[in-house]
Design a protein around this ligand. Structure first.
Ligand code: ARG
Ligand code: ZN
Length: 855
């Protein structure tokens, strides 16, 4: 059943208040609800329908009189008075049987909820839609031994142990004064330890902060707490947003489908996205944790105080909040490094989505299962759209528009139209064309042609966009193209300007140039497009050496690497010497941030290369792509042989571990050097680093280098012995072995690991650590034997009845199937059809495989 944006109608009733009581029990939890409803004057349809799934109804009452609801698809219907009334229900649910991790479930003895998007209907009967906002009072009754900690949204109002009725019982009452949709409801109960702190808000209110973890994880909370306080301060300083409750709680849970969830006042995190210690977490983990804490915290305003009218508007909160967390990370760390990381992620995850069968607009127009639309397009492209809007209107106008947004829409459930209107009203700009970014799917391609005549330099820009599912033709979009001009010496003769490409073709002239300037186009990656520019390697090498825009300087090197790889893949051309010498000069340049230099050493991934070849009309050969990738790394190792030991030594960090950007950047450069060095010294330096490492960043890099060199056997055993009591580190142990398997060994390696006693496949982190990494191993996943395809399909079929959401998400591993040769396509198609044909396949997975097969 497909749901359409155009079919939206408001709910027929308004909720004036919700009272819930939970009598917790692992298999028989009772949920009592008492909800005040009144007719909605704006209603079109006054049918009283409440969502409800997997609920055992014990009894229901309207205004105190028992009634029997009619069971209808997805919930119940009841005849109600045409006046305010009270709905009461008692239902029973089974948290222990809930392996889908949606609704109320158990994770290692702890009760936990996940309600976004539509999980609340598995807790009690309710209008489970984001435009129904209400205040909640929640009473939780537990057992003081198993659940000493009882948490919900808002402010803790009461806590007690009342032994008169049941021995060992305890209870807590939580009041959330802010109206919220049901998807922001949360409940956690368990034996938890709090890491506490406080924050004084800008108006002087003290907020109690806690991170709740299971005993044994207490030492992994300090970093997350610092990140939270920095986020709270930053949102005050930059957006003027103050926190609005007396307490803010975070809980870490091991079994979680996503990264984290912004429930009002009670954020719930996948433990991998909050717990960190220097010994167990890498610099990359620390940075990610800081960003996710910020993201969830920022949702308090962009998501919670102002929420979405319906799930088609998901990007309203997610695009904006991703954009805000990126700004935060850029401020806390390095702006260019963050921008490059984000573009890498966009090209790695969003471009394949946008250019394949799953392509959908930032605001989709239909879906079967909304959980399938928590995508890179909604999140990351959604954030790019906000960035473009800011570029177009300017920083001051953006700040003014955001003030108006918070002012005008506080406590409302809004649409993209509301968002756009705020910008139109505060800037008097017509944003009709800009709105196409929300409705047109696909990645636009911008082509640049240069012309120089007299003293006039002209850039001829054009745009086109290939057809995508459901969208055969596209209208031109407004594309902000940031451009700067350089002279032959590399001096900037025209600082960055934003050209607005609004038509299919448009030319921009720059007067008064005695000599031909060198343009630097799409600076800072000012729009999520692909750029086609007819320039030679010499020009790219010049930009690599001189571009004053750090993003484009990196991009010049990236394009050189890309073309060198494509040449090697297509006709065995030797790697580009200009690239290697240009890169070498840059690596030597100590004025450049080590983190930036480490990024410079990178090169396009194998799947990115496959995508580029496909776009050029060629059939990618995974083995040839793998070989070229390896040969470029070898060429770098050889070309930089004299330099690598110096870089390695110069970037060792001494003193106590700090996850800050500066030491982390040094470690990333030293580790990049180590991985190349290992190609020369057979693993000697890596062996040494593995033995002496006192933090996970160094240990894991050395582990990877050894595995890559085929010398990892001892480390595999030692690593397991050292870390087998730490779930998050054992996830890494699984991942690393999969990641560094030889392509021809991948399927067997995975099959082997799935036999391991610690392969707890019902845990999403563990499942992804093996299956997700296998799917990302381009040469191994696409090995001609097709066994990897089969292994993945086997496991997806096994997981689907247990956890549809994680299964469906992982089906995207198959989204690029039409890129490949006929033999591989046949193998891939056979697996997709096998999945699609499974009896009782979930709605989630059905939607994914059908879309992938059909387009
Ligand atoms: N709103 C959460 C976040 O971005 C993600 C929750 C996703 N949940 C889901 N079931 N798809 O921070
Ligand atoms: Zn979010």
């Amino acid at each position: 059943q497909t749901i359409y944006l155009k079919d939206y109608t408001p709910f027929g009733f308004i909720v004036d208040g919700v009272e819930l009581t939970f009598r917790l029990h692992p298999t028989k939890t009772r949920v009592f609800s008492k909800i005040a409803f009144r007719p909605n004057p704006a209603a079109i349809d006054n049918r009283f329908f409440l969502h409800g799934e997997q609920l055992k109804l014990i009894n229901a009452k309207i205004d105190g009189a028992e009634i029997t609801p009619r069971a209808v698809d997805g919930g119940i219907e009841v005849d109600v008075p045409d006046a305010p009334f009270t709905w009461e229900a008692e239902v029973e649910i089974n948290p222990e049987a809930n392996t889908a991790l949606e609704g109320l479930y158990m994770s290692n003895g702890m009760y936990c909820t996940q309600c976004e998007a539509e999980g609340f209907r598995k807790i009690t009967f309710y209008p489970d839609r984001p435009d129904v906002m209400a205040t909640f009072t929640v009473r939780i009754e537990g057992n003081v031994e198993n659940t000493p900690e009882l948490l919900s949204n808002g402010n803790g109002d009461e806590y007690g142990t009342d032994q008169t009725v049941t021995p060992n019982s305890n209870y807590a009452v939580w009041i959330d004064p802010w109206p919220k949709p049901a998807y922001l409801f949360a409940l956690v109960a368990g034996d938890l330890i709090a890491h506490e702190d406080t924050f004084k808000t800008m108006s002087g209110k003290d907020v109690r902060l806690s991170i709740f973890v299971r005993p044994g994880d207490e030492h992994k909370c300090a970093f997350g707490m610092e990140a939270l306080k920095k986020s709270m301060k930053w949102d005050e300083d930059v957006y003027g947003r103050e926190y609005d409750l007396d307490e803010f709680n975070i809980v870490a849970v091991d079994d979680f489908n996503m990264g984290a969830m912004e429930n009002k006042g009670l954020n719930i995190f996948n433990s991998s996205c909050v717990l960190a210690s220097p010994e167990t977490a890498t610099d990359g983990n620390f940075e990610r944790i800081e960003a996710i804490i910020a993201h969830e915290y920022f949702h308090n305003w962009t998501g919670n105080r102002i929420t979405c009218r319906d799930w088609f508007q998901l990007c309203l909160k997610e695009g904006l909040t991703v954009y805000r967390d990126a700004q935060f990370t850029a401020d806390m760390r390095s702006e260019p490094v963050k921008r490059i990381d984000d573009v890498l992620a966009l090209r790695g995850r969003q471009f394949p989505e946008d250019q394949g069968p799953l392509s959908h607009p930032v605001r989709p127009e239909s879906f079967q299962e909304i959980n399938n639309f928590y995508t890179a397009t909604v999140y990351e492209k959604g954030a790019e759209v906000i960035g473009m809007l800011k570029t177009l209107v300017g920083d001051d106008a953006y700040a003014k528009a955001l003030d108006l947004y918070f002012d005008r829409h506080d406590s409302q459930a809004c649409t993209i139209e509301d968002w756009i209107k705020v910008f139109e009203d505060s800037t008097s700009r017509d944003l009709t064309q800009f709105k196409l970014w929300y409705s047109q799917s696909g990645t636009p391609e911008v082509t640049v042609r240069e012309e120089f005549e007299g003293d006039i330099f002209t850039l001829h820009l054009s745009q086109s966009s290939a057809p995508t599912p459901g969208q055969d033709t596209k209208a031109p979009q407004v594309i902000p193209v940031a451009v700067g001009l350089l002279n032959d010496n590399g001096d900037e003769v025209l600082p960055t300007q934003v050209l607005e490409l609004t038509e299919t073709e448009k030319s921009f002239t720059f007067k008064g140039h005695a000599t031909r300037p060198i343009p630097s186009v799409l600076r800072g990656f000012s729009a999520p497009v692909t750029l086609t520019q007819d320039i030679d390697n010499a020009r790219r090498a010049f930009l690599l050496a001189h571009d004053t825009d750090p993003f484009n300087r990196w991009e010049a090197g990236r394009n050189l690497a890309r073309d060198s790889l494509i040449g090697a893949i297509v006709d065995g051309t030797a790697h580009n010497e200009d690239y290697l010498s240009g890169l070498k000069a840059l690596l030597r340049d100590d004025r450049l941030d080590p983190a930036y230099r480490a990024l410079m050493l990178g090169q396009p991934s194998q799947s990115e290369l496959a995508g580029i070849l496909h776009k050029q009309g060629q059939i990618p050969d995974p083995a040839a792509i793998h070989a070229a990738t390896e040969s470029l790394r070898d060429a770098k190792a050889k070309a930089f042989a004299d330099l690598l030991p110096d870089i390695y030594t110069a970037n060792q960090v001494t003193g106590p571990f700090s996850p800050d950007a500066e030491p982390a950047g040094k470690r990333s450069l030293a580790n990049a050097a180590l991985s190349l060095l290992t190609r020369l010294d057979g693993g000697e330096a890596a062996e040494k680093q593995y033995k002496s490492a006192d933090n996970m960043t160094l240990q894991l890099a050395a582990f990877g280098a050894l595995l890559d060199a085929g010398k990892g056997d001892n480390a595999i055993a030692a690593f397991y012995d050292q870390w087998n009591d730490d779930r998050l580190v054992i996830d890494k142990w699984f991942s690393m072995q999969v990641m560094f398997a030889k392509p021809e060994d991948l399927a067997a390696t995975v099959a082997n690991l799935t036999q391991h006693a610690d392969f707890d496949w019902k845990n999403p982190n563990r499942f992804r650590a093996v299956m997700g990494v296998m799917a990302a191993h381009h040469a191994g996943f696409h090995h001609t034997s097709g066994t990897s395809y089969q292994v993945l399909a086997d496991w997806l079929l096994k997981l689907d009845p247990v956890n549809p959401q994680t299964t469906a998400r992982m089906c995207s591993a198959f989204q690029t199937w039409k890129r490949y040769d006929d033999d591989r396509q046949a193998l891939l198609k056979a697996q997709l059809e096998r999945i699609a044909g499974q009896n009782g396949l979930s709605r989630d997975t059905t939607e994914m495989v059908t879309r992938i097969l059909e387009a």
